[in-house]
Design a protein around this ligand. Structure first.
Ligand code: GLV
Length: 326
């Protein structure tokens, strides 16, 4: 590798696992990495990206026109350490010939595990039960105590049948659920047969599912895809699970639907105005709320950082990235 390449400025805008930094160092780069546990402030971020050739970003950093301008015209790529890239203005990057990459594949199972966990937690009232114990509220086993809803022989409706949607469907099927899905794209016919999954309209999915699980990307087309009208279509006994991105669901409409008992409950890993949580959700026992843990395993985060770093190295050395978004 020539001097020119290793002198490129690679900026890592948030703390990432060493596995990722090692990939950069092994390739001869000296990354300028934000090493604090707390996220970088916007002001510091705009300073830090100055003169960067490649940015490695976390989903908490907004990559917009302002940031691209702060970085400068030499910027070649933004390598997100996430599969979702709604934090990045892809069109703005494209118009500046800045490549965008993400980290698909490596977090599929971890995220699907969390979707299944939320399905079980919300249908079986597990968080609510845990709160009883932790608050030392008196309790006693009883025939009618804290009854939930079984998922065997129930219908899972997957919104967005990409890799994570499919992995969630597999898990749900193993638990005895049948699967229907709504998706922009066709899935592999072998996978559809294996899962016995039927493609339906969003309306049919909402009307038929006992659990609706969101797995589509967050973009203009999917903003508030699930809102008041959609909640009104769902069964009163149905549950909503979201491990994708908060803005896909109109959070206030969700609170209203829960309040009106239009649906039975929700399991949420992501929130519309993350990390802020709608006050109307906090006190409810019919919701399970966890802090964006979809990909939060040590192994998965190592793999995400490694893939993002490999993308960065490929681009910095004039090669094609492994997982380019646009
Ligand atoms: C996590 O939320 C991701 O998009 O990778």
């Amino acid at each position: 590798m020539g001097q020119f390449e290793v002198s490129l400025r690679l900026v890592v805008t948030g703390k990432i696992p060493n596995a990722g930094l090692e990939v950069l160092r092994q390739a001869g780069f000296t990354p300028d990495a934000w090493m604090n546990d707390t996220a970088i402030s916007r002001q510091e971020l705009l300073e830090k990206v100055k003169g960067a050739d490649v940015l490695i970003t976390l989903l908490t950093e907004r990559v917009d026109e302002e940031l691209l301008q702060a970085a400068g015209p030499q910027l070649k790529a933004v390598c997100n350490v996430a599969v979702g890239y709604n934090n990045i203005d892809v069109a703005a990057c494209k118009s500046r010939n800045v490549l965008v990459t993400n980290t698909p594949g490596v977090l599929t199972d971890a995220t699907a595990d969390i979707a299944l966990a939320l399905i079980l937690m919300v249908t079986r009232r597990l968080a609510e039960g845990e709160r009883v114990i932790r608050s030392q509220t008196p309790w006693q086993w009883g025939m009618f105590y804290m009854l939930g809803t079984g998922i065997t022989n129930r219908v899972l409706g997957v919104v967005g049948m990409g890799a994570i949607g499919i992995a969630t469907a597999r898990r749900a099927k193993a638990c005895g659920m049948s699967v229907i899905y709504f998706s922009r794209s066709e899935i592999d016919s072998k996978v559809a047969t294996e899962l016995g999954a039927k493609k339906v309209s969003l309306e049919e999915l909402l009307k038929t599912s006992d659990v609706v699980s969101i797995h589509c990307p967050s973009n203009e087309a999917t903003h508030h895809l699930i809102g008041a009208t959609q909640f009104a279509m769902m069964k009163n006994s149905a549950f909503l699970v979201n491990t994708a991105r908060g803005p896909i669901v109109d959070e206030q409409a969700l609170v209203n639907a829960l309040e009106a008992k239009e649906i039975a409950g929700a399991g949420l890993d992501v929130f519309e105005f993350e990390p802020k949580i709608n006050a109307g959700l906090i006190g409810r026992d019919d919701v399970v709320l966890i802090p964006h843990l979809g990909s939060a395993t040590t192994q998965t985060r190592d793999a995400m950082a490694t893939l993002a770093a490999k993308n960065a190295v490929a681009i910095a050395t004039g090669n094609s990235p492994l997982t380019q978004v646009s």
